[in-house]
Write a protein that binds this ligand. Sequence first.
Ligand code: DQQ
Length: 541
Amino acid sequence: LAVGDAHRTGYHFQPPKNWINDPNGVMYYKGVYHLFYQYNPKGAVWGNIVWAHAVSTDLVDWVMLPPAIYPTAPFDVNGCWSGSATVLPDGTPVIMYTGIDGENRQVQNVAYPKDLSDPYLREWVKPDYNPVIAPGPGMNATAFRDPTTAWQGPDGLWRLVIGTKDNHRGLAMLYRSRDFKRWAPARRALHSGDTGMWECPDFYPVNSAGVGVSGSGGRKHVLKVSLDLTRFEYYTFGEYDDATDTYVPDAAIADGNDGLRYDYGNFYASKTFLDTAKQRRILWGWANESDSTADDLRKGWAGVQAVPRKVWLAPDGKQLVQWPVAEIESLRGNHVNVTDTLVKAGQHFEVSGLASPAQADVEAAFQVMDLDKAEPFDPAWRGADAETVCAARGAEAKGGVGPFGLWVLASDDLKERTAVFFRVFKGGGGGDGGKHVVLMCNDPSMSSHADNLYKPTFAGFVDVEVAQTGGKIPLRTLIDHSVVESFGAHGKTCILSRVYPTKAVGDKARLYVFNNGESDVKVTHLNAYEMRSAKITADVK
Ligand code: DQQ
């Protein structure tokens, strides 16, 4: 394998070459899923940004089309940055995106399909009356971007949100319009927080079926923002009154850096859309490289999209849950199965029999045999985030209950391996009462012999009461050469990590189950599937 090819993904979306970042304008239109994304046609670093375009009928195989939106006019001469699509009631899609104008101001532009009879909507027209929204007086013109999909209020006006900041305060600014042409700012921001610039806001209704169409029970609105400062995304959900355009996050939901996240790993600038074909909401997010820029240039590419995930409100109403769209399972090939296998304290075993565990889908359920062995949750960690705890107690640090889980992309001598694991502590009293604290971690510190890699440990708490599940915690991990994308407890805690093994590549990669805790752990079941590669084809027109 040539440099770089070893780490290209088989079923995570990637164009043949060059830099990609944010998913843009994702939508379903007349039988076709559209994925646009930030793209540098000239190289493997960020710059020269256009909207590249790909289409699919199943969210698995993609046809690569020419860029849909690229600099042509004074209102976007310095770049076509992120934005969203809205499908109007008459069926016409409209795109709103951020153009960087000749003075490097961020302005919002509209674009319409040139030919609605082209099923792929290859060409887009930008009316001369652009920009339709410019930063107002006193606003930060270099931090005013990423319009959301628009929605219609009871007064018939369209609304959308734009991310901006006022000094250190991140803001989701609301605008209204009758015709997508003339937009007026609302007097109040929809929401704000003292967390720096809010990039790529997303605002949408959900219920426990995922869609949250009006009238359905348990409906909440989600507001997601991407924090420029931490490069993580946070969401709140709560009540949205569309008569007054007031959004009030639920009292129990933390705002800002302590809040809920879609993903506790490498996942940014995400965007959802309503899939009207299957009545579900689908989330797309970008995973950057954590390799060096020099390596990105050598490889000639950088960035992938996470698998499209269905997103819905957990039945208990406490958080969102996510799961890879079912279509991904059509790529599953041969599989191996493990049932009721005990992994004693300090032991591990190989899950053998897959031709290439470097491109696989693993679904497992672990059962802790002795929860009494859980160590107390150190009071010093109270209020600390999961990442801090996992960084202190990585995959090599023996514990009471855990660390146990998977070693993926492992070499035969086990010197390269990425650990995806759980660790269970006894609740430290206080607010937690006697409950257990469950941590899910992705530890890439042994993932590669290569230098200059960014290898942070990622982690999130998992909202599962292990005493009530009989000590069971399920895990699904999608392995794709340089992607390890994991879903804990049926999608309550998700972590995507990028790793670059030097030995554990292609058919040399191996898969193991390990247990570095004192309590035995049973693998009640594990199914590991080989994954075929998605078909990425060039446009035939
Ligand atoms: N990426 C785009 C911006 C957005 C940022 C530029 C987030 O529109 O704020 O490529 O990754």
